[in-house]
Design a protein around this ligand. Structure first.
Ligand SMILES: Cc1ncc(COP(=O)(O)O)c(C=O)c1O
Length: 366
């Protein structure tokens, strides 16, 4: 193996990958369209059967009065918080320091909407009831991201969630759900989507994560809230003349996969246990609460990369194409279980993990 052969290249060349549903290529859309009548009329600027039916279907699934389809969750969530702030007159919202809005949206909320954020909890743990009790008085809305992706997809227990919801309700604070991975957490909570969403005033869900569509999001809530969000969608240029490639793929893969979340969750628990049996590797959380978790190596990235490349080439099974450097002596990657996990035989899994365990023990002894 050449020394400059990258982890990503090695990963791409493996026959089986433990994560996700498959390659993000245009076949994902082709598979959807091949089932459909070409004469079906496009949606036009938010109107038409394709978009309206899907919005109604997901609103019902989430137990909300109304829903609107957005091209992205980034757009949908900034708009949701803007509406809540305009209603209350206070431009202050609270959320976790590692939520998507705080670290991946280039300060959109502050720059576009002049909304100030109050960071609750700290980077290593979830928001709890105490954080909300201690929160400044003039906070308009609280955003909870379930699961909290950047800390491995952790979740509060359901009673904490209920207590936070009750408290927000009593204090007149709007509670918004970043449910980018809502479908994925339902097997852990043993709740329906509608039961979880009932705790929140507004909800965003994504159709390209566990569902595996191309892109797109739904924002759901009461009719008055959704009516305003449609105006904001237009202001943001999110009201594309045709959104059907996203909507049709969202619907197609929703039907294919929403009932498979338990399978992905069970797969995640099994896979995490395999990793945790290896010296120098631990998962966060130790036992996953959805289809996702993070794998942490107590070694430098430069030590782990060649080891993984070797294992990929010997087994043709890939774990990841990218390792994140956490510190001088720690690196990690994210796992999201999808359809591909069950394509790997248990025997092949045992082989690849025997190999990983041996390599890790060798590394430890150096
Ligand atoms: C937790 C969370 N919230 C929001 C988003 C934003 O979604 P979009 O890419 O549709 O803007 C993401 C995307 O990765 C996410 O992981």
């Amino acid at each position: 193996m050449e020394s400059n052969f990258s982890l990503l290249e090695a990963f791409k060349q493996t026959q089986h990958q433990v994560t996700h549903h498959g390659k993000r290529n245009i076949q994902v859309l082709q598979d959807v369209l091949s089932h459909l009548d070409g004469q079906l009329e496009s949606d036009i600027y938010g109107k038409g059967t394709i978009i309206e039916d899907f919005q109604t279907k997901i609103a019902t699934y989430l137990g909300k009065e109304a829903a609107v389809f957005f091209p992205s969750g980034t757009m949908a969530q900034q708009i949701a918080l803007r509406i809540w702030c305009d209603m209350s007159g206070s431009k202050k919202v609270a959320y976790h320091p590692l939520c998507h809005m705080e670290i991946h949206e280039e300060n959109g909320l502050k720059t576009l909407h002049n909304i100030e954020s109050v960071l609750l909890a700290n980077k290593d743990r979830l928001i709890d009831l105490h954080d909300v009790l201690e929160m400044e008085d003039d906070v308009t809305a609280l955003l909870l991201e379930l699961p909290q992706r950047e800390i491995g997809g952790q979740l509060p227990d359901y009673t904490t969630l209920e207590s936070i919801s009750t408290l927000c309700h009593q204090k007149g604070i709007k509670l918004h759900l970043d449910g980018a991975r809502l479908f994925e957490i339902l097997p852990y909570y043993q709740k329906t989507a509608a039961e979880v969403c009932d705790l929140f005033d507004s909800v965003y869900v994504s159709f390209y994560k566990g569902i595996g569509g191309i892109a797109g999001a739904i924002l759901a809530g009461e009719q008055t809230f959704i009516t305003q969000s449609i105006v904001w969608k237009r202001r943001h240029g999110g009201d594309l003349i045709s959104l059907y490639p996203y909507i049709l793929s969202a619907d197609h893969y929703f039907e294919q996969r929403v009932h498979k979340m338990t399978q992905y969750y069970e797969g995640a628990k099994e896979l995490a246990a395999y990793f945790n049996h290896c010296h120098g590797i631990s998962t966060r959380p130790l036992v996953p609460v959805s289809n996702m978790f993070h794998v942490h190596f107590g070694f430098k990235r430069e030590q782990i990369e060649p080891l993984l490349i070797k294992i990929y080439s010997l087994t043709s099974i890939g774990f990841t194409g990218k390792l994140n450097e956490i510190s001088n002596n720690e690196c990690s990657f994210e796992v999201s279980i999808g359809d591909q996990y069950d394509n790997i035989s248990k025997e092949a899994l045992r082989t690849v993990f025997d190999m990983l365990a041996t390599e890790m023990t060798l590394l430890q002894s150096l």
